[in-house]
Every structure is written in structure tokens, then in C-alpha cells.
Design a protein around this ligand. Sequence first.
Ligand SMILES: C[S@@+](CC[C@H](N)C(=O)[O-])C[C@H]1O[C@@H](n2cnc3c(N)ncnc32)[C@H](O)[C@@H]1O
Length: 318
Amino acid sequence: MNRVSDQLPTSRAGASETNARGPATRDKTWTVLGLLKWTTDYFGRAGIDSARLDAEVLLAHALETERLRLYIDYEKPVLPEERDRYRDLVQRRAQERVPVSQLLGEREFWSLTFKVSSDVLTPRPETETLVEFALSKAPDTPVTGSPPPFRILDIGTGSGAIALSLASELPHAEITATDLSEPALQIAITNADHLHVRERIRFAEGDLFSPVASERFDLIVSNPPYVARADEESCPPELSHEPEMALFAGHDGLDVIRRLVAEAGDHVSPGGWLGIELSPEQVETVERELVQAGFVDVERRFDLASRARVIGARWPTK
Ligand SMILES: C[S@@+](CC[C@H](N)C(=O)[O-])C[C@H]1O[C@@H](n2cnc3c(N)ncnc32)[C@H](O)[C@@H]1O
């Protein structure tokens, strides 16, 4: 595929005619609609599935406007400096396959805005299934009195998507968020600052339960790496821009989940819950491992595509 700079015109030429400088000097100018059509076609040829949506999101970003505003501004000419900003984004999307979230530097999750970079996994919509599971296990906010705090642990917090969403919903919870990656934790802390929940979350670096060695929690949640190395070849090119340690976990993708399940019993309070996000193909294996480890009341939760995406299980009271 040719470089976009060879194609996306820098000079006045393109989709519709305007008469900005009077009848004597009729120039062709790129309009919003013209650019969207051109880019959708270009992205389509580059193999990007969400070609039109990506074109709209990136153009709105370059124009510093809302995506829906583009529909009103279809015939508006796009200035050369705006086109330059857009061209750079289009090029990185099509040629380097940088995900849109990283080009924008942010992603919406649980109706909150999270800063993202190549140091963290971009939060995925299916992870909201784990947030819903966690909320269903949290006690209702008391009207009076001061019950003991509900203690939550989020292992592998990444951008902080799960921990910060729970903090926004559960003002009385005591939340700990850990990650093996120091750069990821820094992003989670920045996000906690922006979302004004920093003082309510304890952040700790380390492998699985090592930062919380002798502690127990009422609820443990984790969206660990679970992509199988065996599937790496078939992964979309965008994944190469996210951290390996956020994605891959051994040949069958279960290396981290197996250790998590085996160690979790030492850290869940009696009657407390463990919730793990995983790939639908891993569900039966992980259910068996949870039962072998001593968990009870194993349950599945389904994502918007009706695929089993979260496994929950309770630690017995005795
Ligand atoms: C799939 S990402 C999930 C990020 C975030 N929780 C989310 O749902 O968007 C997995 C995260 O687990 C972290 N991680 C990987 N191995 C780990 C380990 N052994 N102990 C703690 N964290 C780990 C990675 O650095 C990454 O941030």
C-alpha cells in the first residue's frame, strides 16, 4: 500500500468545489465528507474492519470537535493545517496499525475516560461484565451506621479500569490495585487522580498476591493476561502495540489464571468472592480448577455477545 502522504492531498484538490476566493479563482477543496469517504476507502483497503468509524473518530479528533458534529459539517472545508494533523493520524492507523485509543490517548470505559498508552491494555467493553459481577457481590451502601469496609483487590489493574470504576460506584469500599508493571501502575495512578479517587485506592507493584502477602479481601477481581501463545499468529496487528505481559500467558493462555486460582484461597475472606475474566474457550478448564482449589458456587457471566466472559466463585465460610 502506498504511503498516505502520497495520496491524501496536501494541495487544493478533491471532493467538492467551493468558491472561497470568488468566481475567478474556483479551487477544489477537501470537505469533511470528502475526507471521510476517502479515508474509509483507504482504511478498507488496508484491512481495517471499522473503517468508517475510525475515520470519523480520527477526523473529529484532528478538528477538535465531537464526532456527531461532523454530520452537520459534511460540506465544511477542512483547513490545510487540520488536514496535516489528520494525515498523521491516518498514516499511523493504516500503516503502523496503531489502535485508535492510543492515537487519541484515551478510551471510555464504564462511562469514565481513561488515559491509555502502549504501557497498558486499552480497556475492552467485555471487561464491563467483570465490573457488573463485582457490583452484584458488593453490599448495598448502608443508610446509617459504620459497617466494616468492603475490601476489594484488583489484580493486574493496568489502566485502572476495573478498580477505578468500582471506586466510582462504591464510595465505602476499600480498594487495592496491583500490577506487575510499574509503568502501568503509573498510568492507573494518573487516571485515579483525574477521576478524583486517588486517595481511596492503594496501589502496589508485584506478582499476583505478593504485594498483599498476608491479607484477605471480601472480593478479588482480575482480568489477567489470557491470550494463548498458540493463537498469536491470528491476532490482529493492533495487539502488537499493547504490552506482551498484558496479553499472553503461556501456550494455552492459562499460566497466570492457574496460579491466581491456586493462590486465591489464601486471600479471599470466608464467604468472599473471586471473579476472573477469561476467554470463553477457557471456561470449563477454569471452573474445574476452581472446584479443585476449594471454591464453591461457581457461576458464569456473559458479555454483550452472549459469550461466557467471567467466572465467579465463592470461598466457603468454613
Ligand atoms: C489483560 S490486562 C488487564 C488490564 C486492566 N485490568 C483491564 O481490565 O483493562 C492484564 C494486566 O495484568 C498485568 N499482569 C500480568 N502478569 C501479572 C502478574 N503475574 N501479576 C500482576 N499483574 C500482572 C499486566 O501488566 C496487565 O496490566
